[in-house]
Design a protein around this ligand. Structure first.
Ligand SMILES: Nc1ncnc2c1ncn2[C@@H]1O[C@H](COP(=O)(O)OP(=O)(O)OP(=O)(O)O)[C@@H](O)[C@H]1O
Length: 673
C-alpha cells in the first residue's frame, strides 16, 4: 500500500507468493537468475491478449507457470490460523491479463497458512534523491508533487502542478545530488546520479518520441483499499534510467476490492472516479498507448482461497470497468507474495539508484561501492521481507535471483500471509476471545476505558481466523480495553512461533531466514504505525520502546487528548499496531539493537510512494534491462582500447629495450675479443 489512507480502513491484507525458480520470463527459480530485459513499451498487449513477448527478465510470451507453492518450512501455528507466505525462488514478471486471476492454484494458499514465495523481476531505477522519513524531498526539477490532500472519494492525493501537460523533468534536472540522505552513507552514493537505460530503447525509438511525456497507470488493489498510481517519464528520455516519477496517487473510495465478493460490480464502479481523474491528466492523444495495470494483493489472495469464483468475478468486473476507458489496459491479476516483495525491493532500489548510476566518467555503470537496500513491507493482510543476505540462501523457496543492468542479485524474500497489520490485529482479538471463552473480551492493548462491541461473524470473517465451533455468528462480544503493556506484549508475541528448530536461522513460524544484512526501507504499515507516534525519525530503539510502553499504558481519555485529530480507530490501535510492528521487526525478522538503526521508515522517495507498483510497472514495460546499458559497454570498450594501446606501447618499448641491450652486448663482446 502506498497511498495515504485512513488507518481505520477495514480489510484484510494479502501477501505475496513466491516465485518458483523458473527461468522463463525474467526470473528464475532456485539458482537461476532472472533477467530483466527491457523492451520498448511498444508491443503492449491488449486486454485479453497474452502479455508482451518480452519483459524484464522474461523472454517468453508465455506466462510463467510457477510450480505449486513450495512448502515453506513454516510450522502450523499452534492451533491458530496462521498463514505465512514464503519467498520463492526467482521471480518472473508475467504479463497481466485482463480477468486473469493471478497465480494458479497451488501458488498461494491460505490455511495452515504457509506463505507462498513470490516471484520477481527486475526493473530499473528512477530518480531523485530522497529524504528518508515520510516524504522524500522532491527531486529538483521533478514533477513537484505537493503534499497530500484528500482521500476517500476518488480525489487525488498529491496533485502535480501541471497535470496533464507540462513536462517531464529533464534529465539534467533530475540528476541532482541528494540532499536529505546525507546521514545514510550507504544510501547516499546511490542517489548521486540517475540510472540510465537508453541502450534499452536504442534500437527501437519510443512510439511517441517527441511528445513530451509517456504515462503509465497502476492500480494497487490492496486488502484494505485501492489506489491508482499515475506515473510519467519523458518520452525523449525513455531510454534513460531514473526518470519515472509519480504524478498522482488517487485513492479509491471504500474498502479493498476483495470486500466486494458479494457485489463484484461495485468493485468496478468504485474505480471510475480515479480513472476519470487519470483521463484528465493523460493527454487524450496518448491515452490509448498508456499502459494500465491492476494488481491485487493479499486481500484477493485470501478471497481466492475462500472462493475462487468470487475472486474471478471481482477481477472480471474491475477489468470491465478499466477496459471501458481508452487506455492500453494490460490486465488485472493477483500478485503472488513473492512478486509483491520483489517489486517493492526493485522500487526501493530504483528510487535510490543503487542498481546503476552515472559515474564520474559520465557513463552509466553499476555502482561498485553501493549496497542495495532491503525492503520491509507491512500490508493489511501480509508482510514481506526482501534483502540481499551475506550468505547463500539455503532455501530455494525463499531465494530470488535477478539480473539487472548486467549485475546479478541473489536475494532472500518471504511473504507471510495473515501477518499484515489488519489481519494480525484480528488474529489477536480472536485469540483473546478464545482465551476468554465469554462474550466479554479484555483487550490489554486497547486503552483503559475504551469499549466496543463486535459480533462473532464480524470477528471471524477472514480465513486468517478460525471461529470456534461453538461460536454463534450473531453473538455480540463486548471488548474492553485494559491498557496493560506487559500483557499486551505477551499476547502479541503469542501470535508468532519464534522457535527455529534444527532448520537453522529463521524468521518466525519456522520459515528459513538468513540474518538481516545492510540497510532497509520499511514502508506501508511499518511506516504508518510508527509515524503516528512520531517514531520514524531515526529514534533509538530504547526511545521507541519507551514511547510505545507509554502509549500502551495510557487511558482512552489520555490518548484522545494526545491525538485530537486522529480517528477513533487510529487511536484505539496505536498501542496494538506499534507493539505488533516492533515485535515483528525484532522477534520476527530478527533485527536487534545493533541493526535497528539500519531500518529507515519511509513513505515516499522523491515524491514517489514506496511500494510494489512502480517496480511492477517498470518490469512490465521492460524499463529495467538485464544487461548493462551501451554506455557501460562503451566504457568497457574504451578501457579495452586503452589497455590494448598501452600493451602495444609497452611491447614496442620492450622490443626497443631488448634490441638496445643486445646491441650493447654485441658491442661489449667485440671489445672484449
Ligand atoms: N495513512 C495511513 N495511516 C495509518 N495507517 C495506515 C495508513 N495507510 C494504511 N495504513 C494501515 O497500514 C496497513 C497497511 O496498509 P496498506 O495500504 O499497505 O495495505 P494493503 O495494500 O491494503 O494490504 P495488502 O498489501 O496486504 O493487500 C493497514 O493496516 C492500513 O490500515
Amino acid at each position: 500500500m502506498q497511498a495515504d489512507v485512513p488507518a481505520d480502513r477495514a480489510g484484510a491484507q494479502a501477501e505475496a507468493q513466491p516465485v518458483k525458480g523458473r527461468e522463463q520470463a525474467g526470473y528464475k527459480e532456485g539458482t537461476s537468475r532472472g533477467t530483466v530485459r527491457g523492451q520498448p513499451g511498444r508491443g503492449r498487449q491488449q486486454p485479453g491478449r497474452p502479455g508482451p513477448a518480452v519483459r524484464c527478465g522474461m523472454r517468453s510470451p508465455e506466462l510463467p507457470v510457477p510450480p505449486p507453492a513450495a512448502a515453506p518450512r513454516a510450522r502450523p501455528g499452534r492451533g491458530r490460523t496462521r498463514t505465512s507466505e514464503s519467498g520463492s525462488a526467482s521471480l518472473s514478471l508475467r504479463p497481466a491479463l485482463p480477468g486473469q486471476a493471478g497465480p494458479r492454484a497451488g501458488e498461494e494458499r491460505a490455511e495452515p497458512r504457509s506463505p507462498p514465495p513470490e516471484g520477481r523481476r527486475g526493473l530499473r531505477a528512477q530518480t531523485s534523491p530522497a529524504p528518508i522519513d515520510g516524504t522524500a524531498p522532491a527531486r529538483a526539477g521533478g514533477l513537484g508533487l505537493g503534499g497530500r490532500a484528500g482521500t476517500a472519494d476518488g480525489s487525488c492525493l498529491r496533485p502535480g502542478p501541471d497535470p496533464g501537460k507540462g513536462c517531464c523533468p529533464s534529465y539534467q534536472d533530475q540528476n541532482l545530488p541528494p540532499t536529505q540522505l546525507a546521514s545514510f552513507p550507504i544510501i547516499r552514493p546511490a542517489l548521486q546520479d540517475l540510472a540510465s537505460s537508453r541502450w534499452h530503447w536504442a534500437d527501437q525509438p519510443p512510439p511517441n518520441h517527441g511528445r513530451g511525456c509517456l504515462y503509465g497507470l497502476v492500480f494497487d488493489a490492496g486488502s484494505t483499499h485501492t489506489s491508482l498510481y499515475i506515473y510519467r517519464w519523458p518520452a525523449d528520455k525513455e531510454n534513460d534510467t531514473g526518470i519515472v516519477s509519480q504524478v498522482e496517487a488517487c485513492s479509491v473510495a471504500g474498502p479493498g476490492i476483495s470486500s466486494y465478493a458479494d457485489d463484484p460490480a461495485g468493485a468496478g464502479a468504485g474505480l471510475k472516479p480515479c480513472l476519470d481523474r487519470a483521463m484528465k491528466i493523460v493527454p487524450a492523444e496518448q491515452q490509448r498507448e498508456t499502459p494500465t495495470y491492476l494488481g491485487a494483493t493479499a486481500g484477493m489472495r485470501l478471497l481466492r482461497e475462500e472462493n475462487s469464483t468470487k475472486a474471478e468475478q471481482v477481477l472480471a468486473e474491475v477489468s470491465k470497468a478499466i477496459g471501458a476507458y481508452p487506455v492500453d489496459f494490460r490486465g488485472a491479476r493477483i500478485l503472488t507474495g513473492s512478486e509483491e516483495g520483489s517489486f517493492g525491493w526493485i522500487t526501493v532500489n530504483y528510487l535510490l539508484e543503487t542498481l546503476v548510476k552515472f559515474s564520474f566518467a559520465e557513463k552509466w555503470a553499476h555502482p561498485q561501492d553501493t549496497e542495495v537496500l532491503g525492503a520491509l513491507d507491512l500490508g493489511g493482510a501480509s508482510t514481506q521481507i526482501t534483502f540481499q543476505p551475506g550468505v547463500p540462501v539455503e532455501d530455494r523457496n525463499t531465494s530470488v535471483f535477478f539480473r539487472l543492468y548486467g549485475t546479478d542479485y541473489s536475494l532472500y524474500s518471504h511473504s507471510y500471509l495473515c501477518y499484515g497489520q489488519s489481519q494480525a490485529l484480528k488474529m489477536l482479538l480472536a485469540a483473546l476471545h478464545q482465551a476468554s471463552s465469554r462474550a466479554q473480551i479484555s483487550h490489554p492493548c486497547y486503552p483503559k476505558g475504551y469499549k466496543e462491541t463486535i459480533t462473532v461473524a464480524e470477528l471471524y470473517n477472514s480465513p486468517c481466523v478460525r471461529a470456534p465451533s461453538s461460536a454463534r455468528p450473531g453473538l455480540v462480544l463486548t471488548v474492553t480495553g485494559t491498557g496493560d503493556t506487559d500483557t499486551c506484549h505477551a499476547a502479541v508475541q503469542r501470535l508468532f512461533d519464534f522457535s527455529c528448530g534444527a532448520q537453522g536461522p529463521c524468521g518466525f513460524n519456522g520459515v528459513y531466514q538468513p540474518p538481516v544484512r545492510g540497510h532497509f526501507f520499511a514502508f506501508s504499515g511499518f511506516y504508518h504505525s510508527l509515524h503516528f507516534l512520531n517514531l520514524t525519525g531515526g529514534q533509538s530503539l530504547s526511545l521507541v520502546n519507551a514511547t510505545i510502553r507509554k502509549i500502551c499504558n495510557s487511558s482512552w481519555k489520555q490518548v484522545q487528548e494526545l491525538f485530537p485529530t486522529a480517528s477513533r480507530t487510529q487511536i484505539r490501535d496505536a498501542c496494538t499496531a506499534s507493539s505488533y510492528t516492533l515485535t515483528l521487526l525484532l522477534q520476527g525478522y530478527k533485527f536487534n539493537v545493533t541493526t535497528w538503526p539500519n531500518i529507515h521508515f519511509i513513505r515516499q522517495v522523491a515524491n514517489t510512494d514506496v511500494g510494489w507498483t512502480l517496480g511492477y510497472m517498470l518490469n512490465l514495460t521492460n524499463m529495467i534491462p538485464s544487461e548493462p546499458p551501451p554506455a557501460v559497454v562503451g566504457l568497457l570498450r574504451s578501457i579495452w582500447i586503452a589497455a590494448t594501446v598501452l600493451l602495444a606501447i609497452m611491447l614496442l618499448l620492450s622490443s626497443c629495450l631488448l634490441t638496445a641491450t643486445c646491441c650493447q652486448r654485441d658491442s661489449s663482446g667485440y671489445e672484449q675479443l
